[in-house]
Write a protein that binds this ligand. Structure first.
Ligand code: DGL
Length: 268
């Protein structure tokens, strides 16, 4: 079952440099990416949509994830100059078909930050945390195969982090308990780096660090925001308006908006 309530639309229908940038995730996770986008593009209008009513995506079938991501991606593209899929799961399943349908549009996705993590030491042991759907995706499998030439890679699907972040329990005893049960078998010997391959996971970074004993954590939010800024600049789509931009937060579940606001303003 897909829950599809009436969702607020963006107000404009043109694709000028002053049109907004749409940022999309299954829920609150993409807010961390949105914060990074605002840092590098402070004068832009940013329109965030989180599909909390249908989260978690990572536990759904590939077909359902693709259907949801295409539905929201197409809707957002109608009124935005660029779409940032701030979700590793939706990127793995739906970025390619979305780009195929809109070859002329700027569509940026997420990828687990495995390659930055490989630089920590020669032939490191790297633990990658992802959703179940990302873990089984061909896109992720191909990335892992490339990384395995340079590192000892272990991918683990972490099903509890997303629901706990969505419940406002990112840094809670429940989160720590769940992480300990999931990660303890992968911590002896300890990895050299942990990659947070889902945009919800950085919100649980404190709990993850307590459980992994301070192993360096890597995520793709800042790098993706810089990449988006570069592509916008190359396409001549940087806003021509001076001054402060604006951020609009929307959700398929309006009761999630206070959480989005808190995560956006405080980052936790
Ligand atoms: N935040 C998403 C990601 O980056 C997925 C979370 C979910 O399972 O809904 O993979």
């Amino acid at each position: 079952m897909i829950y599809a309530p009436k969702i607020r639309q963006l107000g404009e229908c043109h694709l000028s440099a002053d049109a907004p940038i749409a940022v999309f995730d299954s829920g609150a996770g993409g807010i961390g990416v949105l914060r990074e986008v605002q840092k590098v593009l402070p004068a832009e209008r940013l329109f965030y949509f989180g599909d909390t009513a249908n989260a978690p995506y990572g536990e759904k079938s590939d077909a359902k994830i693709r259907r949801l991501a295409l539905l929201h991606g197409e809707r957002l593209l109608k009124n935005a100059k660029a779409l940032l899929i701030a979700c590793n799961t939706a990127t793995a399943l739906a970025a390619a078909p979305l780009r195929a349908r809109h070859p002329d549009r700027l569509i940026v996705g997420m990828e687990p930050a495995i390659f930055p993590a490989l630089a920590v030491t020669a032939h490191p042991r790297v633990l990658v945390l992802v959703t179940a759907a990302t873990e089984r995706s061909e896109k992720f499998r191909a990335l892992l195969r490339r990384a395995e030439k340079k590192a000892n890679m272990t991918a683990v699907a972490a099903p509890d982090i997303v629901p706990l972040v969505e419940a406002g329990l990112a840094d809670s005893p429940e989160m720590e308990r769940s992480l300990r049960a999931l990660l303890t078998p992968h911590l002896s010997p300890p990895p050299d780096a942990v990659v947070l391959g889902c945009t919800h996971f950085p919100f649980a970074a404190r709990a993850i660090s307590r459980v992994t004993g301070g192993v360096p954590l890597f995520d793709g939010a800042a790098g993706t925001a810089r990449h988006l800024a570069k592509l916008l600049s190359e396409a001549g789509l940087i806003s021509t308006k001076f001054g402060r931009g604006e951020v609009t937060l929307t959700s398929s579940d309006p009761t999630a908006l206070p959480l989005y606001r808190r995560l956006f303003e405080k980052g936790e």
